[in-house]
Ligand binder design. Structure first.
Ligand code: SF4
Ligand code: ZN
Ligand code: ZN
Length: 308
């Protein structure tokens, strides 16, 4: 059987084998045109949502996984000035491997990788359960948000980019819709504007699926951590992702339609009215970072551990 031809170059390069089939877009692309198509798509997303320009100093939060490392590489390819931030959670083996992949890419790009080591700052993420009832993923989320914002601001970056992809965004959207969590729905957007001590946050891969993101990283020979974080099995977002993937396989394009439909139709209605009802923020009396309580969660933990 003759292999299907690339939708773009079939006339010129019929010998090129098709490597990527994208039923959601009715496209079959060779490696070269897949990379070009994906980079163009992300460049368009950055412009459409006014994420940043070449004047910005961008910090990419890298976990050592395919999405964040692929994003860092892609921004570099598009000509943006971007450095990386890696938060070492102190998870045996997993963190050391992730950190190594992040450093390898930093060396390849010739860019700076800032590292925060939780073993020095507080304790390994797995040990924090001795000091708080919050589950590891909840603590991890708070810790990451705290350091991402703090390091980016202290080092003079103007925007913080994360590798959230379409599958992440639709899983969150699905969960928030199921529970009609209007406050979270109002906040879900590819860009969060800078507000007081909070830096501007952007998600340039929000329209790129997990599969597309993985292929981009593999085709560019970027090494990334393969095993999942050992705590991820408890995350309910995985169940939502599996469910949405089943729908996607039955009806290609379900995820992108769901997410872009939300951004176009519902998000503008929710954004403004709920904006003013947001919780009021103060600055932590100990570290000066934004918090909803008198002393932020991290400083409370440090106090319990006798670190301050
Ligand atoms: Fe952090 Fe949970 Fe993700 Fe692991 S799975 S990196 S603990 S949020
Ligand atoms: Zn082609
Ligand atoms: Zn604090």
């Amino acid at each position: 059987m003759t292999p299907p031809k690339c939708t773009i170059c079939k006339a010129k390069k019929t010998y090129f084998p098709v490597q990527v089939v994208l039923p959601s877009y009715n496209l079959k692309l060779c490696r070269e045109h897949f990379l070009e198509w994906l980079e163009g798509r992300v460049a368009h997303t950055i412009k459409k949502y006014r994420m940043f320009t070449c004047e910005d100093k961008i910090l990419v939060a890298v976990s050592g996984g395919k999405d964040s490392l692929g994003l860092w590489f892609l921004l570099h390819r598009l000509g943006y000035e971007a450095d990386g931030l890696y938060i070492d959670l102190g998870i045996p083996e997993y963190s050391a491997e992730s950190r190594e992949h992040a450093q390898t890419l930093a060396n390849r790009l010739g860019r700076t990788l800032h590292v925060v080591d939780m073993r020095e700052e507080l304790a390994p993420i797995g040990e924090m359960r001795n000091w708080t009832r919050k589950p590891p993923c909840s603590v991890c989320g708070t810790v990451k948000r705290y350091y991402m914002n703090r390091i980016a601001r202290e080092k003079g970056y103007t925007v913080l980019a994360t590798g959230h992809n379409l599958d992440d965004e639709t899983a969150v959207l699905w969960n928030n819709t199921l529970h009609w969590n209007m406050e979270y729905l109002a906040k879900q957007y590819p860009v969060l504007a800078a507000q007081g001590p909070f830096l501007k946050k952007v998600k340039p891969l929000c329209l790129v699926s997990e599969k597309e993101s993985a292929l981009y990283t593999i085709f560019n020979r970027i090494s990334y951590v393969k095993p999942e974080c050992p705590y991820s099995t408890h995350a309910s977002s995985l169940e939502n992702k599996r469910f949405l993937q089943q729908l996607e396989e039955a009806r290609p394009g379900t995820k992108i339609t769901f997410y872009t439909g939300f951004l176009k139709n519902l998000s503008p209605l929710l954004h403004e009215p709920l904006k003013s009802t947001g919780v009021s923020l103060a600055l932590c009396k100990v570290c000066g970072e934004p918090t909803t309580t008198e002393i932020c969660f991290l400083c409370q933990l440090k106090q319990k551990m006798g670190k301050i």
